[in-house]
Design a protein around this ligand. Structure first.
Ligand code: ADP
Length: 422
């Protein structure tokens, strides 16, 4: 936590940012929703597993969201920037027609979850592509301009109001109902978080000086890239990193997120089978192949009731490890628990660092991402750990207004899961 706080302070200052592993980009988002917003809004969501177009209708009491998932063909993911944005404009145009809003100029928010250096609310320079995208001619350019040009070529009328990343989107949508929301976190393919910072803590702040706060996109996935996590990195972490497409980069994310946890478990299983501590020394081609142990399997295995190993046996069967003992299954579960507990604790340490830095008496944390949503114990592990790590003053009010972590399938079906509640 001390090391992360140090990197955050370095990242907030434009003069020292280049030295920091936690870049703390300004999002230029300086207002949180009041809940009184009304009207129809369009949204685009690019940068996760799916590309989505959404139409959202708000009034003070009601919320309605319609959305459609579109695929991004592989050849477009690695084609040119214009091809990608023409595809996006095309999907948007079809969606607007289907929902009868093609003749209205609606405001649009663009959730673009790639590392972006923003220059304003509607201007963001792509730093690098990640997650399998690699479209020519976009790095170093303003992606909003790409979208504007494509929309114009397609002949549709929209008003691009904001570009933001998924953490900011999570914080803002959570804050619409929960006015204490000050942190947004993603625990999905990758890991990242944003939080509300006072502008007086940001040297040379170039946004609106008349507003006291701004949302900061930490890009904490890269924490550790200056060696800050060496003291806890294991041989398995080093192997995952060495074999990745970006060695030495995103080291915190590689200990936490869905893209890597399954692979860490696999490496442990290979090691213990070699040591003959599990499977009676047996292995299989599947177990020895990189990427075969999906992070979803960790959730499945940890979802079995204690002493029952039906999911565990099913997973081991998929990995061509048919004949295993109950003790093997128990050991496999223990390995999964160690890996997911460490991930939940690291994410909690990050969130507690942000909460402590904000030094406010109560806070709601908005969290999204499949790892958090579907792992059976991630939420509880995080609630416990954040409770232990927040400082005294915050702990005091924690008893009355517990830190709440919110997950949502969509905003109509919010489930607020609070600290003292099962
Ligand atoms: P993204 O982060 O790309 O927007 P998601 O939030 O759906 O998308 O995250 C996808 C990641 O979540 C994948 O890496 C996958 O391994 C992980 N994941 C999906 N389902 C589960 C699950 N049931 N348990 C744990 N992790 C999961």
């Amino acid at each position: 936590m001390d090391k992360m706080k140090e990197q955050i302070v370095l990242g907030l200052n434009p003069k020292t940012r280049s030295k920091s592993s936690v870049k703390c980009f300004n999002t230029y988002v300086q207002d949180l929703p009041t809940g009184k917003e009304h009207g129809k809004f369009l949204a685009l969501d690019l940068g996760g597993t799916n590309f989505r177009v959404l139409l959202i209708s708000l009034d003070e009491r009601h919320f309605d969201m319609q959305s459609k998932v579109f695929s991004v063909p592989q050849e477009i993911m690695v084609g040119t920037g214009n091809q990608l944005f023409d595809h996006i404009a095309d999907c948007l145009a079809k969606f607007m027609k289907e929902h009868h809003v093609h003749n209205i100029k609606l405001p649009l928010g663009f959730t673009f979850s790639f590392p972006l250096e923003q220059i304003g609310l509607t201007k963001g320079i792509l730093q690098r592509w990640t997650k399998g995208f690699n479209c020519a001619g976009v790095v170093g350019e303003d992606v909003v301009q790409f979208l504007r040009d494509a929309v114009e070529r397609r002949g549709i009328a929209i008003d691009i109001f904001a570009i933001l990343n998924d953490t900011t989107g999570t914080l803002m949508s959570c804050a619409w109902k929960n006015h204490n929301c000050r942190v947004g976190a993603i625990l999905g393919t990758g890991s990242n978080a944003c939080y509300v910072e006072r502008i007086e803590n940001i040297p040379d702040f170039d946004g609106d000086m008349n507003k006291p706060y701004v949302i900061i996109n930490t890009e904490w996935g890269a924490f550790g890239d200056n060696g800050e996590l060496n003291f806890i990195a294991t041989q398995y972490d080093k192997e995952v990193d060495n074999k990745s497409i970006n060695p030495g980069k995103q080291l915190h994310e590689k200990m936490i997120s869905g893209m890597y946890l399954g692979e860490i478990v696999r490496l442990l299983l290979v090691k213990f089978s070699k040591d003959k501590t599990i499977f009676n020394g047996k292995s299989s081609d599947a177990l020895e192949t990189r990427g075969t142990f999906r992070t979803e399997y960790i959730s499945d295995i940890e979802s079995d009731k204690r002493g029952v190993f039906s999911s565990c046996r099913r997973v081991l069967n998929i990995l061509e490890l048919g004949e295993v003992t109950d003790q093997d299954c128990s050991n496999v579960r223990y390995i999964c628990e160690c890996v997911s507990r460490r991930a939940a604790h690291l994410a909690s340490a990050g969130i507690a660092t942000l909460i402590n830095k904000m030094a406010i008496p109560s806070v709601t944390v908005g969290v999204d991402g499949s790892l958090y949503r579907y792992h059976p114990h991630f939420h509880n592990l995080m609630m416990d750990k954040i409770g232990q790590l927040v400082t005294q003053e915050i702990t005091v009010s924690f008893g009355f207004i517990p830190v709440a972590i919110l997950t949502f399938q969509d905003l109509n079906q919010q489930t607020l899961r609070e600290g003292n509640q099962e």
